[in-house]
Design a protein around this ligand. Structure first.
Ligand SMILES: Nc1ncnc2c1ncn2[C@@H]1O[C@H](COP(=O)(O)OP(=O)(O)OP(=O)(O)O)[C@@H](O)[C@H]1O
Ligand SMILES: [Mg+2]
Length: 265
């Protein structure tokens, strides 16, 4: 361990997520080579690295989309393996991808409850409880995420990129069991104002105790929101640094390989 990693705020606590020796091969391509990753409750862990460094593959293994070729995963110190994304959700790990899995032709509330609709019983028949879904959607968006939509009765396609993303985040955080939220490039397609709002939202989820893992190419965003930074290069983790103890230049040089910590052999 380096002096920097020793001084993390997370020191002494048990990680919520612990990935060890994760290797992933796609045919002859080694996307990940013996990667370790720890993430703690109430922190934003940023994952940075050049194109093809293995960032998305790493979080897809964490969210049950891919199986590792080798390596182990622990949640709260207990070995865990996931066969699918729904296993991950059941274990409290979910992901939000830009523009993914949001149905444009549904309202925000319908999107929040897509696949897990609330029902009520009328004369012994199950019918959709639209009123309760709408109320819970408003509760999650307004109270938990601080997002005000002009109307809840619009189709999601009429919302801005940031608002659509908030709907996707609301769907993930609606599950009381959610512990770990993973976001791949959450601000990539957003304008400056919406980026600022999304960053604020990420920080408030962290302050609510969630573990937030964010992949980003924007070091400005990374320095604004993260507590620690996990740097990937060519499929390997080349270091984990505490955001408050590093700077843009140092992280950039780790990304391009001009500087490494002693985690790289
Ligand atoms: N499904 C796949 N089949 C084959 N190769 C893959 C697959 N997914 C990823 N790879 C390869 O694995 C490596 C890591 O890819 P990955 O998408 O994880 O990178 P990344 O760090 O997310 O890059 P970017 O910043 O461009 O999103 C790349 O060489 C990529 O081509
Ligand atoms: Mg990627």
């Amino acid at each position: 361990m380096t002096a920097t990693t020793l001084k993390t705020a997370a020191e002494g606590k048990q990680p919520v997520v612990s990935m060890r020796g994760i290797t992933k091969r796609f045919g002859g391509v080694v996307a990940l080579d013996e990667v370790d990753l720890d993430a703690y409750g109430g922190e934003v862990l940023a994952i940075v690295g050049d194109n093809g460094a293995g960032k998305s593959t790493l979080i897809k293994i964490l969210t049950g989309v891919y199986q590792p070729t080798k390596g182990t995963l622990e949640l709260d110190g207990k070995p865990f393996s996931m066969a699918s994304h729904s296993d991950a959700i059941a274990a409290g790990v979910d992901a939000v991808y830009q523009n993914l899995a949001i149905a444009d032709h549904l309202t925000p509330a319908e999107n929040l409850f897509l696949g897990s609709e609330l029902t009520r019983s009328v004369l012994g028949f199950k019918v959709l409880d639209n009123k309760r879904m709408r109320k819970e959607a408003v509760d999650t968006l307004n109270n938990r995420l601080g997002v005000q939509l002009k109307s809840m009765d619009v189709l999601t396609e009429s919302l801005s990129g940031g608002q659509r993303q908030a709907v996707a985040i609301a769907r993930a955080v609606r599950h009381d069991t959610l512990r770990v939220l993973v976001m791949d490039e959450p601000t990539a397609a957003l304008g400056p104002q919406e980026t600022a709002r999304t960053l604020q939202l990420i920080k408030s989820l962290r302050d609510q105790g969630l573990t937030v893992i964010v992949i980003s190419h924007s070091l400005d965003d990374v320095f604004e929101i993260s507590d620690r930074i996990h740097v990937q290069r060519r499929g390997r983790c080349v270091g984990v640094v505490t955001t408050a103890q590093t700077n843009n230049e140092e992280v950039l040089s780790m990304i391009v390989g001009a500087k490494t910590t002693d985690q790289e052999h």
